[in-house]
Design a protein around this ligand. Structure first.
Ligand SMILES: Nc1ncnc2c1ncn2[C@@H]1O[C@H](COP(=O)(O)OP(=O)(O)O)[C@@H](O)[C@H]1O
Ligand SMILES: [Mg+2]
Length: 367
């Protein structure tokens, strides 16, 4: 199929220096499901439109399988790039049947009728629409209409499929099902998927690689588990679901590791962030599921606190705990745990699940 190499890509719409996208570098491997993730306005759609060839970049290049298709001077037109595109607003024509809609791209390409029939049948099979060939959009559910839009892009057999928030108009249950189907579709076809969403759970569930963006800049690029567990900065940590930040100070540092004194009372070990040294103030970040609660007396070390809120969420229990040292934090445990509101607890942390950032370096989430 196809790989995409993006180098130093920038785009400004206004010309006054405010960049929608700043010097993006990204290598998207062949047969990968890659997601551009970030808050509204961070430059996802701009990136996708540049990849599709709808506009010229201000700087940088885009290459497909090593061949440059976009630069400031020259852009290969969208229809000659071997790419398909699916949008959030799956515009299907109200008076055309499923078959008439899906066959459109093949008619434009003057594909012989017999071959076109085969390709349409194949595309409809891929998205589970076989049997609904003669329905009009008004006779289809939202999910089925989105499948028509998918089939319309797949029928021309693209090497790369670009999808811009394709599930955001569907209700939660249907979105979950389509998620699974999209992933299976990518696996079955081997098409390189470049997928845009602002929904971090969608990105975690679908992707081989996630590119987290903020304010037109790439923040981190890696597999979902790495983005979630080893966020490169506070913006990424914050965007990928709830995370607690607690103040501490580095007491010693060597060989890429450091000792941190948390809240002046609990020593922890963590990876040493670049540019920090002994004596520096830090924020220790830990996700709710990596906080351990124990009854007083049962734990050898930890921070004393009190449960201020207990919320039963079915598959887990969420606690808000106020530490004796001041701050509060959120904790998630399995549904069998039974601490009561008001109960005194000892708080400790999964030793490998702690990230440390320079104190107060909040990369604001723009959007
Ligand atoms: N056609 C346009 N004209 C001017 N500014 C635009 C245009 N499209 C997008 N922008 C601006 O560029 C930035 C990135 O937008 P966009 O790529 O659409 O973000 P996202 O898809 O992540 O929500 C935003 O600040 C947005 O307001
Ligand atoms: Mg967008």
């Amino acid at each position: 199929m196809a790989s995409v190499t993006i180098s130093g890509l920038s785009k400004s719409y206004t010309g006054d220096g405010a960049a929608a996208l700043s010097t993006l570098d990204l290598v998207i491997g062949d047969n990968q499901f890659v997601t551009l993730l970030g808050p509204s306005g961070c430059g996802k759609t701009t990136t996708l439109r540049l990849i599709a060839g709808y506009m010229n970049p201000d700087t940088g290049t885009i290459a497909v399988d090593g061949r440059v298709v976009s630069s400031k001077e020259h852009v290969v037109p969208p229809e000659s790039r071997g790419m398909g595109m699916v949008f959030q607003n799956y515009a299907v024509w109200p008076h055309k049947t499923v078959v008439e809609t899906v066959v459109f791209g093949l008619k434009v390409r003057k594909t012989p009728a017999a071959r076109a029939r085969e390709q349409v049948a194949h595309a409809l099979g891929l998205v589970n629409l076989s049997g609904l060939e003669n329905r009009l959009p008004g006779e289809l559910s939202g999910g089925q209409q989105q499948r028509v839009a998918l089939a319309r892009s797949l029928v021309v057999e693209p090497d790369i499929l670009l999808l811009d928030e394709p599930l955001s108009n569907l209700d939660a249950k249907l979105r979950d099902r389509m998620r699974t189907e999209l992933k299976q579709l990518q696996r079955r076809t081997g098409i390189t998927f470049i997928y845009v969403t602002h929904d971090q759970s969608e990105a975690l569930a679908l992707s081989d690689q996630i590119a987290v963006m903020n304010g037109g800049k790439l923040q981190q690029y890696g597999p979902p588990a790495e983005i979630y567990a080893r966020p490169a900065n506070r913006m990424v940590a914050d965007f990928m679901g709830h995370i607690n930040f607690l103040p501490g100070r580095i007491t010693s540092a060597a060989n890429g590791r450091c000792q941190v004194m948390l809240l002046d009372r609990l020593p922890l070990e963590a990876e040493l962030p670049a540019g920090l040294a002994t004596g520096d103030a830090v924020d220790v970040a830990v996700r709710p599921e990596n906080v351990i609660l124990s009854r007083e007396g049962a734990a050898t070390s930890g921070l004393l606190g009190q449960v201020s809120e207990r919320t039963f969420l079915g598959n887990l229990i969420e606690y808000d705990v106020t530490l004796q040292a001041g701050p509060s934090l959120r904790v998630q445990t399995h549904p069998g745990s039974s601490f009561a509101a008001g109960e005194s607890v000892v708080v400790s942390f999964e030793p490998t699940a702690i990230s440390v950032f320079a104190a107060g370096t909040t990369e604001k989430i723009e959007g």
